[in-house]
Design a protein around this ligand. Structure first.
Ligand code: F6P
Length: 392
C-alpha cells in the first residue's frame, strides 16, 4: 500500500469525551511529522455524502485536547440509509464514494462505535481505504479492550452514584439510577462497582424481582434501610426459557440478534398481558409505566416491600463534559497510532487496545459484532465478592 498524502477525518454516531483529543492525535503528527493533508468532514457520514468539508490546519487542532463534544460535529446517518423528509431512506453510498474521490483522499479516518465501523467496512467494500478509531461510552466494540469515552462516562456516573448515596441514607430510600450502555452492561457494571451500588442490573444477566427484593430484605435485617440500585438502560426481566447468565458466560454469547429477538418477545408479552404461573414477575409487567427498566424495578420494590423509591435517569450527562486523563491519553494513543499507519500505508484496520498495547485489527473482524460482558468477568466476580446482587 502507498502512504497517504491526503486524508479525510470524521466523527460519527453519539458523541463522547475524547473525540477532540483523538482528532488532534491523528492530525498533529499527520500535518507536522508526515506532511499529510488533513480534511475534516463535518456531521459524520452526512458530510461525506453532501461534501461538507474543510481543510484542517495546525491551529484548528490546537487547544482541543480537553474539549468535550467534537469540533467536526457528528450524526447517526449512514450513506446506505440516508433519511428523506417523507420518512423513507435512500442509498447514497455512491455519493459518499464520489466525495472521497473528488477530495483526492487516500484514506478516510472514522471515529465511531459499532454503527460507524459497519459503515466503514461497507465503504471499504466499495473501494475506499479506511481506518477506524473505537469510541463510545458503552465500551461495546469487539476486538478492543477499551474504547475512549468510556472512562469519562464511568467517572461521571460513579460521581452521580456517590451523590445519590448521601440522600438515600438521609431518607432511608431505595435510589434507582438508570445508566446508558445500549445493549451492553459495561458502563453500569463499572460505575456501579466504583460507586458501591448494592444491586447492579445489566442486560447480560436478566434480573429476577424476587432476588432483588430478597437482597433488600436481607440488607434491612442488617440495619441497612437504604440502598442504591444501578440499572442499565438495556436491563431485562428474566423470563422462563430466557438465556441465563451462565449461557452468556462465553462473552458475546448473546448476540445482537438474540437481544433484538428477546426485545420483540418482551413487547409481544406486554401486549398480550399473559401471566403464566411459572413467571413470578408477571404481576409488574402491566405496571411498566414509561417502559424503562429503572421505573419498573422501582415500582416493584415499593409495591412488594413498601419501601420508598426514587428514580434518576442520568441520560446524556454521561456523554457530556471534558474527558478524563485516561481518555485523553487513550484517544491520543489511538490517534497517533492511526497517523503512523497512514504514513506507512496501512489501511482497512481498526486501531485497538490489547492489554496495555495499542495495535490494530482488520475491520472485517470488528464490523457487525458487539462486545458484551461475560458472566464470569473479573469485575462481576469482584462485585459479587463484596456482596453486590445482580438480580439473578
Ligand atoms: O452509544 C452511546 C449511547 O449514549 C448509548 O449508550 C445510548 O443508548 C445512545 O447512545 C443514546 O443515543 P442518542 O444520543 O441518539 O439518544
Amino acid at each position: 500500500m502507498t502512504r497517504a498524502r491526503c486524508i479525510g477525518i470524521l466523527t460519527s454516531g453519539g458523541d463522547c469525551p475524547g473525540l477532540n483529543a483523538a482528532i488532534r492525535g491523528v492530525a498533529k503528527p499527520a500535518l507536522s511529522d508526515f506532511h499529510i493533508e488533513v480534511i475534516g468532514i463535518e456531521k459524520g457520514f452526512r458530510g461525506l455524502v453532501e461534501n461538507h468539508s474543510r481543510v484542517l490546519h495546525p491551529h484548528d487542532v490546537s487547544g482541543i485536547l480537553s474539549l468535550g463534544g467534537t469540533i467536526l460535529r457528528t450524526s447517526r446517518e449512514k450513506p446506505h440509509k440516508m433519511p428523506l423528509p417523507n420518512g423513507e431512506t435512500v442509498d447514497l453510498t455512491a455519493r459518499a464514494v464520489e466525495t472521497y474521490s473528488r477530495l483526492g483522499l487516500d484514506c478516510l479516518v472514522c471515529l465511531g462505535g459499532n454503527g460507524t465501523h459497519k459503515v466503514a467496512f461497507n465503504l471499504m467494500k466499495h473501494g475506499l481505504n479506511v481506518i477506524g478509531l473505537p469510541k463510545t461510552i458503552d465500551n461495546d466494540l469487539a476486538e478492543t479492550d477499551m474504547t475512549f469515552g468510556h472512562d469519562s462516562a464511568v467517572t461521571t456516573a460513579a460521581e452521580a452514584i456517590d451523590r445519590l448515596y448521601s440522600t438515600a441514607e438521609a431518607h432511608l430510600r431505595v435510589m434507582v439510577i438508570e445508566l446508558m450502555g445500549h445493549h451492553a452492561g459495561w458502563l453500569t457494571l463499572s460505575a456501579g462497582l466504583a460507586g458501591g451500588a448494592d444491586i447492579i442490573l445489566i442486560p447480560e444477566i436478566p434480573y429476577d424481582l424476587d432476588s432483588i427484593c430478597q437482597h433488600l430484605i436481607e440488607r434491612r435485617r442488617r440495619g441497612k434501610w437504604f440502598s442504591i440500585v444501578a440499572v442499565a438502560e438495556g436491563a431485562r426481566l428474566k423470563r422462563p426459557g430466557m438465556a441465563s447468565a451462565e449461557d452468556a458466560a462465553a462473552g458475546a454469547a448473546l448476540t445482537k440478534a438474540e437481544f433484538k429477538k428477546n426485545g420483540k418477545k418482551d413487547k409481544k408479552r406486554k401486549k398480550d398481558k399473559k401471566k403464566t404461573a411459572a413467571d413470578s414477575n408477571a404481576d409488574v409487567l402491566d405496571d411498566l409505566g414509561d417502559g424503562r427498566a429503572s421505573s419498573s424495578v422501582a415500582k416493584a420494590i415499593s409495591k412488594r416491600l413498601g419501601m420508598e423509591t426514587r428514580v434518576t435517569v442520568l441520560g446524556h450527562l454521561q456523554r457530556g463534559g471534558i474527558p478524563t486523563p485516561f481518555d485523553r491519553i487513550l484517544a491520543t494513543r489511538f490517534g497517533t497510532q492511526a497517523a503512523e499507519m497512514l504514513a506507512e500505508g496501512i489501511y482497512n484496520q481498526m486501531v485497538c487496545l490489547r492489554g496495555s498495547e495499542v495495535t490494530s485489527v482488520p475491520l472485517d473482524q470488528v464490523a457487525g459484532k458487539v462486545k458484551l460482558v461475560p458472566a464470569d468477568h473479573p469485575l462481576i466476580r469482584a462485585a459479587r465478592r463484596v456482596g453486590t446482587n445482580f438480580g439473578d
